[in-house]
Design a protein around this ligand. Structure first.
Ligand SMILES: Nc1ncnc2c1ncn2[C@@H]1O[C@H](COP(=O)(O)OP(=O)(O)OP(=O)(O)O)[C@@H](O)[C@H]1O
Length: 256
């Protein structure tokens, strides 16, 4: 069996009487795109927050490349290579595309906007190296024409692409994406889907995706895990999950 990149075992997390996660276990293998789906409130965001160190599960563990990281401080997750994109936009509107991506080299997920500015001086001193790496990401995401454009002036889909560039600048060994397609038009979604596949196949970075757009999920995922009421109720290929009666009832039934 392939060694897992990321492994969750028995994750349990309650908020008062609400069990957001109830004994959830799964593995993410190298070179795979695992999607996590489920109705609203199923526990998907809670799970991503446990995987990236923002929430601490009350029971269970998270292992990354064989190391138990469950109790490490949040910033260590990013340093070790657990990359993440968030819902909405995380870019700095007044900075250019390239500057935003440059910030990614030093932005740790927990640092937030303010700390990133503190790092800025160092980024400038080591500019050459970072600019070269940022340029590689710009090329990968086909943002060459826009490298000096102010991010605040870009349409939503392009800003999300810059966001992705910032996450890639952190050189993640796994990339966790929280509803990246939300608010995008069909063309933006299909562009982003292509980049996500390129990240997995070209950059060999496994991806964990929470996404509500079922067409996209079924199209690009290697495996899908379905959650309901804090539990994993099914796991398999898109085809297997699509035909699972529990899934149809729990998820697709609600959706319809
Ligand atoms: N910080 C919190 N405080 C209290 N309850 C929370 C918190 N975060 C999540 N919950 C609760 O835990 C349950 C799971 O929520 P979660 O946001 O993880 O679900 P989700 O599947 O991501 O939903 P959605 O698709 O709507 O984003 C819900 O009942 C939610 O209200």
């Amino acid at each position: 069996m392939t060694h897992a990149v990321l492994e969750a075992s028995g994750l349990t997390l309650s908020f008062g009487a609400i069990k957001a996660l109830d004994n959830v276990s799964f593995r993410v293998h190298p070179d795979e795109l695992l999607s996590i789906i489920g109705p609203n409130g199923a526990g998907k965001s809670s799970l991503l927050n446990c995987l990236s160190g923002f929430y601490r599960p009350q029971a269970g563990s998270v292992r990354f490349l064989g190391q138990d990281i469950t109790r490490l401080p949040t910033h260590r997750y990013a340093e070790l290579g657990v990359g993440r994109t968030f819902q909405g936009i995380q870019t700095y509107a007044s900075m250019t595309v390239r500057e935003n991506i440059l910030c990614g080299f030093h932005t740790r997920m927990t640092s937030g906007l303010f700390s990133a500015f503190l790092y800025w001086g160092r980024v400038r001193r080591e500019e050459d190296r970072y600019v070269r790496e940022a340029e590689a990401i710009i090329e990968f995401l086909e943002l060459e024409e826009l490298r000096h454009a102010s991010v605040g002036e870009l349409p939503y889909g392009l800003r999300k692409r810059v966001d992705l560039g910032r996450a890639l600048a952190m050189q993640p060994k796994v990339l966790i994406m929280d509803e990246p397609m939300a608010g995008m038009n069909p063309e933006e979604k299909s562009d982003l889907a292509r980049y996500i596949l390129d990240i997995k196949e070209g950059r060999r970075i496994p991806v964990v995706l929470v996404e509500h757009d079922m067409d996209v999920v079924m199209d690009i995922s290697d495996r899908v895990m379905v959650m309901e009421w804090g539990r994993s109720i099914a796991e398999g290929t898109p085809e297997e999950v699509r035909n699972d009666p529990r899934v149809i009832q729990a998820y697709l039934g609600v959706e319809a």
